[in-house]
Design a protein around this ligand. Structure first.
Ligand code: ARG
Length: 271
């Protein structure tokens, strides 16, 4: 399997904290080691650089502790960027900051008509746009995705509040296949996933409970939470190289490697 060199956007967790609870992982009374969070994030960034990827950074803003989760900043495909609209008011001010970054970086901007939380719920997999709904991204936004990006959209219904974003329940491994936790999806969505990806890697509950599916693949290397040892073994059996990273502090906000990483997909001309 060939690794594809990728371009990512990340946001240093300078102001990271767990001050509010908008998903079941977040407990504002539990201690968070902010300095450790930064070191863990720096390690993740260095893993990408060592793999030959490019990492761009957006400046973190005070008062936005979840801004580190850059995957929620937008959806960027073929040089077009769809800005986000968060469900929760606590994260609302992140949206214009990310929008301004995309615009300055030269992407063709599109504004959301409905709630959508970017690559947290919208994943490009082999020419299909897999779009989650049920907790954050509104089903109504899925039609807009297809109009903007021109890829067929597959709606996937999330049913377990612990796996509130699609990227906590499913990982795109390469052009052909994905890994996912079946029980995180409704019966109809499970059936659709079986038809689309008969060779998928099926994760276990234990893998998903450490956010093991919140992984980043370049087609060959899969960067995933170090605690997801079953999933890592299953991926190695399928020929992927796995790289475990410990993001224990960010996990307290319900985030893992993928949440911290927004893929920037350029247009054909490279701009
Ligand atoms: N605390 C953040 C929230 O609940 C975590 C976001 C994680 N991001 C992701 N792409 N799953 O919104």
């Amino acid at each position: 399997m060939d690794a594809i060199s990728q371009r990512y956007l990340m946001c240093r967790p300078t102001y990271f904290a767990v001050d509010y609870a908008i998903n079941p992982w977040m407990d504002p009374t539990a201690p968070v080691d902010a300095a450790l969070a930064i070191r863990q994030w720096e390690t993740l960034r260095q893993v990408y650089l060592d793999l030959g990827h490019t990492v761009e950074e957006i400046d973190p803003l005070p008062g936005l502790p979840d801004m580190v989760f850059a995957a929620n900043g937008g959806t960027v495909i073929d040089g077009r960027a769809l800005a986000v609209q968060f469900r929760d008011p606590q994260r609302a001010d992140e949206a214009p900051a990310y929008r301004a970054w995309f615009e300055a970086a030269g992407f063709e901007m599109h504004d959301p008509k409905h709630v959508n939380e970017g690559e947290g719920d919208i994943l490009l997999a082999g020419g299909l746009l897999l779009a989650g709904t049920g907790f954050r991204t509104a089903h109504a936004s899925h039609a807009q995705l297809q109009e903007i990006f021109g890829y067929p959209v597959v709606t996937l219904q999330l049913v377990d509040p612990r796996f509130y974003h699609l990227d906590t329940a499913l990982t795109v491994l390469d052009e052909r296949t994905v890994a996912y936790l079946p029980e995180a999806f409704s019966p109809g969505s499970q059936a659709a996933l079986r038809r689309l990806f008969p060779d998928a890697v099926l994760a276990t509950a234990a893998d998903a409970e450490v956010l093991g599916l919140n992984a980043v693949s370049d087609g060959r290397h899969v960067v995933l939470p170090a605690q997801a040892t079953n999933l890592a073994a299953a991926l190695r059996d399928r020929g992927y190289e796995t790289i475990g990273v410990d993001l224990s502090e960010l996990l307290k906000a319900g985030g893992g490697p993928k949440c911290c990483t927004l893929r920037l997909r350029q247009g054909k001309a490279g701009k």
